[in-house]
Design a protein around this ligand. Sequence first.
Ligand SMILES: [Zn+2]
Length: 297
Amino acid sequence: MAKILAIDIGGTKTEAMLAEVTRTSHSYKVKILDKNRTITRGLHRKEFLKELKNLMLETNVKKSQAISISIPGYEINNKVVSSPNVKAIEDFNLQQWVKTNFKKKVFIENDANCFAFAEAKLGSFKKSKNLLGVIIGTGVGLGIIINQELYKGFQGIAGEFGHTVIVPRGRLCSCGKKGCLEAYISGPSITRRYIEAGGSIPSPDPLKIWKAKKRDVVAGEVIDETIELMSVAFSNLANLLNPEFIIVGGGISNLPFFKEVNARMRKYTMKSLKTLVVKNTLGDDASILGAAILPVK
Ligand SMILES: [Zn+2]
């Protein structure tokens, strides 16, 4: 049994959870002892780190043996080199900051990797060997599970699905490139596309746009394009890796697009390919649970 302080840094909020994690041969048990959250959207580094430190102290960091952080980006040589949706930690040695402040072991992992690992080990699909976990929220991330292990790639960057180009020379993305999938199907991108197309719903968000799709022509077009791009993008994943399931999490997974996307994917997938796109089973807690169990060997 290990006591882990797990942290999930997101585009809107940051959460901390103190948990007792027990690993048996094939699964994990997690007992949550304490959990807190704070809004961190748009904070600059200094204020962000102050909030993070307070949150960790509030969540009894002193009682933990190790600290494990889920980030919406990735690090190379202990430095977060890319985190387009939380700029406060980009080009920053978060590991060193945590070590200096709390003198504990630190683990840092991409949020979609944490999400996919939690769904594979604690969720309803844990009997499956090959799974993909896609988070569609402020950004778009992917975690790849092959033979029940997390696949990280040559430099640990594998899974940057949101920044694969779906429209050459298309919309500008938060990463600075053009035409990325994230620039079309993330929550803020759906809303922006609706506003730019002349949509008239006041203070629109993806759920309001979804609900208006039958009576509002612009909403109908934006949702149809979103479903089409998701179907193409998920088909590319299915053709590439042929997982049993593509599990979707993040705010956009609350839109009921699953039946339509699975049907449309058949236009793009190989004959007899059976990969299914499904909704997550752990809800908003998946990434933080993944962070809690990942370091426990
Ligand atoms: Zn991008």
